[in-house]
Write a protein that binds this ligand. Structure first.
Ligand code: PGA
Length: 239
């Protein structure tokens, strides 16, 4: 596991975006060679996505979006989920999955107690998640959906690499549970302790519940981690 600690949200977003950009360019994508990026929603990854779009507009990075779920009223939702899993397989699997987590340690909408081998499916949302998402629905709890389609923990575990963005003091306990305690289905993000290639990118506030020893150790590795983003590669320059 890598833990990259930046001073604040903006710097964490920028670091993550640079890392993703470099990983895509190093992969050398081409006409029939796609780098598949898994991108769920959430306000934490938003700063990073905005940066990626900036690189895209500048011509430094090239990508296209793939529609995930068909949410039409009469669609068979489980069939949609199964088709999504199939699409991932057909694309050769996810190269890099990027996601945020909730204060309760959920990854995508895999709420506490979700199976750690779960696949894409319909999930009932926990009250914490409904409360956190009310901001997108004028603060009106009655407008917030109570169910969601989500990739499973097992789906994300199959990605070749996983990047988790964690910012803010309200996520500090979740980061502690994610990396300093054992794998536990009540903190689904902790499953990535068993992933061979996970990178957590966080801000200072998110480290507040970690041991001083842990923070010092990973900060001492920043000169190694920074080599991954410096220089920032560009498709224009053929890197
Ligand atoms: P947030 O959501 O980034 O909007 O806090 C992340 C999540 O709940 O997965």
């Amino acid at each position: 596991m890598r833990l990259v600690i930046l001073d604040n949200y903006d710097l964490a977003s920028e670091w993550a975006a640079k890392y993703i950009c470099n990983r895509i360019i190093q992969f050398r994508p081409g006409q029939d060679r796609y780098f598949t990026l898994g991108l769920p929603t959430g306000s934490t990854p938003l700063g990073c996505y905005k940066k990626l779009i900036e690189y895209h507009k500048n011509g430094d990075l090239s990508f296209k979006y793939v529609k995930t779920f068909n949410m039409d009223e009469y669609v068979d939702l489980q069939a949609e989920c199964d088709a999504f899993e199939k699409k991932i397989k057909e694309a050769g699997g996810i190269d890099l999955f990027v996601g945020g987590i909730g204060p309760d340690g959920h990854i995508a909408f895999n709420e506490p107690g979700s199976s750690l081998v779960s696949r894409t499916r319909l999930k009932t949302l926990a009250m914490d998640t409904i409360l956190a998402n009310a901001k997108y629905f004028d603060g009106d709890l009655s407008k917030v959906p109570t169910m969601a389609l989500t990739v499973g923990v097992g789906t994300v575990m199959d990605a070749r690499e996983v990047m988790i963005l964690i910012t803010g003091a309200h996520k500090a306990f979740a980061l502690y549970k994610a990396i300093e305690e054992g794998v536990n289905h009540m903190w689904t993000v902790s499953a990535f302790q068993q992933h061979p290639r996970t990178i957590f990118v966080c801000d200072e506030d998110a480290t507040l519940e970690l041991r001083v020893k842990t923070v010092k150790y990973f900060k001492g590795l920043m000169h190694v981690h920074n080599k991954l983003v410096d220089p920032l590669y560009s498709m224009k320059e053929g890197n």
